[in-house]
Structure formats: structure tokens, C-alpha cells
Design a protein around this ligand. Structure first.
Ligand SMILES: [Mg+2]
Length: 213
């Protein structure tokens, strides 16, 4: 029986690009200016498309950014924030119908992630919220944060479900800890092969939790 669910934020509770593609444009411009012929236009555009689904450090490594490109993008991302209210996916309101303890763990630049949580107004729905901040020293990573949540709330791995969109991030971390995982297949999210379950939305999670518990 599942008594706690650990949620991811981007592309799961809300689309990373809900605030409009213009949000990342200043960072992409800065990276483009620092490119100096390192990557072709096509390669740069492929990297930018990935930046909506993966952390900047991972994108930089996988696409071969120079140090200058990463530094230029980093500087802009670290100051970025969402100011307008966000709605999240249409089924977000059903979050509160899940009779479990809810936790939110999200990776990214602290200021941006915090501004999105505020813009969505979801903080009251969670027992605790944890930001795996790219731009702070001694970054814990999702796996360690998950372990700490289980320890501090005396949860056994078999009563927890980890829900997210990224096979290489939260799904892999859950697998390493022996915690069941559910990959969300929101529009545009490719299906991985390492999750315990695959779901389309929040309503699908109801079958994992005992009603009224
Ligand atoms: Mg995500």
C-alpha cells in the first residue's frame, strides 16, 4: 500500500515551457553569443530543445558546450524567474484527492524552481518541498534527498511511489533505492524502459493508493 508519493515538478505537475518559450530565450541568446563556432546552428537548437527537459549541466555535457557557453547560460539561468501565475496541467487540482503524504523534489536553479512553485500555488499540498539546486555547493542530488525523506518520515521503500518524467533522473534514483516509480507520459515525453509503472496523469495514480487511508 502506498502512503507517500514523491513528485517531480517540471513536465509532470506543469510543463517546463508553460510560461512561454520566451522565458529561456535570454539564456539561449547568451549561450549562442559565447558559441564562437563551437557548435553548428542545428546542434545548438537540438541542445536548446533538450534544455526544456534536462538540467543545464547535463545538456552542456551531452551536447559539448565549451566552458564559456555553459558559464554564459548559467549566469542568466541563475537569475531567471517566473512572475506570472501558472496553472499547471489541467488535472493538477486532483492532487489533493490523493490520500497520501505528498512530497515535491525538483532539480534546477533555485530561484527559478522556487518562483514556479509560487506561481503554481501548490506549496500547501505538500508535506515538504526540496530543491536539488544546481547553483549551490554540496548539491545532494535526488537520490540522497529521497533517502532523507524516507528516513525523516520513517517511510519504508515499499510504501512510497516516485512520480516523474525523466528516466535518467528521478526514475533511476528510485530504482537504486528499491522504491517503485511511475513515469508520466505527458505530451511530448518519450517513454523510458526503467519505470515500474507508466501513467498518463494524476488520476491514474489513484489506483496505487488505498482510498480513505
Ligand atoms: Mg521533470
Amino acid at each position: 500500500m502506498i502512503t507517500a508519493i514523491i513528485f517531480d515538478l517540471d513536465n509532470w505537475l506543469s510543463a517546463a515551457d508553460e510560461s512561454g518559450e520566451a522565458l529561456y530565450e535570454p539564456a539561449f541568446d547568451a549561450i549562442r553569443s559565447a558559441n564562437q563556432g563551437t557548435l553548428s546552428d542545428g546542434a545548438l537548437n537540438a541542445a536548446f530543445a533538450d534544455a526544456w527537459r534536462h538540467p543545464l549541466d547535463v545538456v552542456a555535457r551531452q551536447h559539448g558546450f565549451s566552458q564559456a557557453m555553459l558559464a554564459a547560460g548559467w549566469k542568466v539561468f541563475a537569475k531567471m524567474e517566473v512572475r506570472a501565475p501558472m496553472r499547471g496541467y489541467a488535472d493538477l487540482e486532483t492532487l489533493t484527492n490523493l490520500p497520501v503524504r505528498r512530497f515535491l523534489v525538483t532539480s534546477g536553479f533555485r530561484r527559478l524552481q522556487e518562483s514556479k512553485i509560487k506561481a503554481l500555488g501548490v506549496a500547501p499540498h505538500f508535506t515538504s518541498i526540496h530543491i536539488d539546486a544546481l547553483d549551490e555547493p554540496d548539491r545532494k542530488g535526488k537520490q540522497r534527498i529521497f533517502s532523507e525523506i524516507l528516513n525523516s518520515h520513517r517511510l519504508q521503500p515499499e510504501e512510497v511511489l516516485i512520480v516523474g518524467d525523466n528516466p535518467d533522473s528521478e526514475i533511476e534514483a528510485g530504482n537504486r533505492l528499491g522504491i517503485a516509480t511511475a513515469q508520466i507520459l505527458r505530451p511530448g515525453i518519450p517513454r523510458g524502459d526503467n519505470a515500474t509503472h507508466y501513467v498518463r496523469g494524476l488520476a491514474d495514480l489513484k489506483c496505487f493508493v488505498l482510498q480513505g487511508s
